[in-house]
Design a protein around this ligand. Structure first.
Ligand code: FE2
Ligand code: FE2
Length: 172
């Protein structure tokens, strides 16, 4: 059965809202990636970059669906980047963003289901699983900072120094 135009329109609108959120997440996480790298926190720097790449792949899945429904992908970020440079605050914002995405995507999956669009529903459900995993990663990092304090971050800087030193040519 061909989906009714109104049903398609609603799905396209929700899918584009998700694209906007994913774009904001990519920008925010890459901003955090640059600043963690600058401060010498390699583990967190990589975590933000890897997560930004996951979010990019989410946009690809959302965009495929929008085009299948004969809509267009509006590549407009939902929010401006927040210029946070303190690691703990970065993780708090990131965790909050993931929580928001999981909540929205759960709700939008239900809306797509109510509109008889099972494929968009499944797409949103798949994204919820990833956003919950992202939430968990950031939550674990916040736990580590709470447990080990500044030492946890210091260890990441020391690790970089060790790696740099071991990459020096022998005898120099
Ligand atoms: Fe995402
Ligand atoms: Fe995410």
């Amino acid at each position: 059965m061909v989906m009714k135009k109104t049903t398609k329109g609603k799905s396209i609108e929700l899918l584009n809202k998700a694209v906007a959120d994913e774009l904001s997440a990519i920008h925010q996480y890459m901003y955090f990636h640059f600043h963690c790298d600058d401060q010498g926190f390699d583990l967190l720097s990589n975590l933000f970059k890897k997560t930004a790449i996951d979010e990019m792949l989410h946009i690809e899945r959302l965009a495929d669906r929008v085009l299948f429904l004969k809509g267009d992908v509006l590549m407009k970020p939902a929010q401006e980047v927040q210029q946070i440079k303190t690691v703990k605050e970065m993780l708090e914002l990131a965790r909050q963003m993931e929580e928001g995405s999981a909540k929205d995507y759960n709700q939008w999956a239900n809306e797509c289901s109510a509109n008889a669009d099972a494929i968009s529903k499944q797409l949103f459900e798949g994204l919820v699983a990833d956003e919950e995993r992202h939430y968990d990663q950031y939550d674990t990092e916040l736990d580590n900072i709470d447990k080990f304090g500044a030492n946890y971050l210091a260890l990441q800087s020391i690790e970089r120094s060790k790696t740099n030193a071991s990459n020096l040519p022998a005898g120099k």
